[in-house]
Ligand binder design. Structure first.
Ligand code: FMN
Length: 303
């Protein structure tokens, strides 16, 4: 059996398989299906400073080999998380990581400060692809300047491993990744969802209440893989790859392209046991090819 352990900043993981925010609840929901302690890291739902109701229904639409969602960061806010959810999940024997979202820099900073106090949360993932209401509805993650501002501010408030999650809805994702690295990120994860749209021709209406939504699932994999490869060549911090990973083979492809760890999102809705299958599949691949450690395949793509 090969050594599957990987490190992301100071975060030590027993294997490179993580779950993507918004697709795995708080982990407990999956405990009836799998031994969730076999997962390297669980990234919980997007958490904001204040409670958010999310967007009106319908907020999901199926697409060929994928889906669109417009959940809109529905959550009960960080104070509720600290009081009611953290006590339930803190002793789960894996890395519980909080995805921090916001619409203004102060909100991100306050949320990160509060989570910094929680002993059993070893890292946060900063979701910088949400609308920046205060600055005219633009997302922080779509300009290098915006990304640098929010990452710098959070870096000074948050002392543990800081992962910054990048938006694919940009012309050059490497620019944003470098800005995150220069501003103190310990790692970048990519990709978040791609902006898409679905129309109901009979009703002559958009399917989603928000008209546009975030596209995920198998259909986005080639784009995600390309972006992970580009970013891995452009930064010196570890890259976490995601977007359309459905099985172990997809996971290995992302690691060969330069990812130090991977996340699984939409595939959890299709098969709630997919995470452990991916971990076993990576292990078999390493054994078959005579690798002693999973770190040997990171960026091992021959071009
Ligand atoms: C229903 C749903 C909810 C999501 N919620 C969040 C979220 O709260 N924060 C976040 O950073 N990403 C969120 N995402 C994006 C995923 O974490 C992931 O980046 C994206 O789905 C691509 O990976 P996948 O193709 O494996 O699903 C969500 C995705 C889905 C499908």
């Amino acid at each position: 059996m090969a050594d599957l352990s990987v490190n992301i900043g100071e975060l030590q993981m027993k294997n490179p398989v993580m779950t993507a925010s918004g697709t795995f609840g708080y982990g407990e929901e999956f405990a009836d299906f799998i031994d969730i302690t076999r997962i390297g890291g669980i990234i919980v739902k997007g958490t904001t400073l204040h409670k958010r109701e999310g967007n009106p229904y319908p907020r999901m639409a199926e697409t060929p080999s994928g889906m669109l969602n417009a959940v809109g960061l529905q959550n009960k806010g960080v104070h509720y998380f600290v009081e009611h959810i953290y006590p339930r999940i803190k002793d789960i024997q894996t890395n519980m990581i909080v995805n921090v979202s916001g619409s203004a820099i102060e909100d991100y900073v306050k949320t990160a400060e509060i989570i910094n106090e929680l002993d059993k949360i070893p890292a946060i993932e900063l979701n910088i692809s949400c609308p920046n209401v205060k600055q005219g509805g633009m997302a922080f993650g779509v300009t290098a300047k915006g990304a640098a501002e929010v990452v710098k501010a959070v870096r000074s408030a948050y002392k543990k491993t800081l992962i910054v999650k990048l938006s694919p809805n940009v012309t050059d994702i490497t620019e944003i990744a470098r800005a995150a690295e220069e501003s103190g990120a310990d790692s970048v994860s990519l990709i978040n969802t791609l902006l898409g749209m679905a129309v109901d021709a009979e009703r002559r209406r958009p399917i989603l209440s928000t008209v546009t939504g975030g596209m995920s699932g198998a259909a986005v994999k080639p784009i995600a893989l390309r972006m992970v490869w580009q970013v891995a060549k452009s930064v010196n911090i570890p890259v976490i790859g995601l977007g359309g990973i459905m099985d172990w083979k997809d996971a290995v492809e992302f690691m060969l392209a330069g990812a130090s760890a991977i996340q699984i999102g939409t595939a959890n809705f299709i098969d709630p046991t997919v995470t452990v299958k991916v971990s076993d599949g990576i292990n078999n691949y390493l054994d078959r090819h005579g690798y002693k450690s999973v770190t040997d395949i990171i960026g091992a793509l021959e071009i």
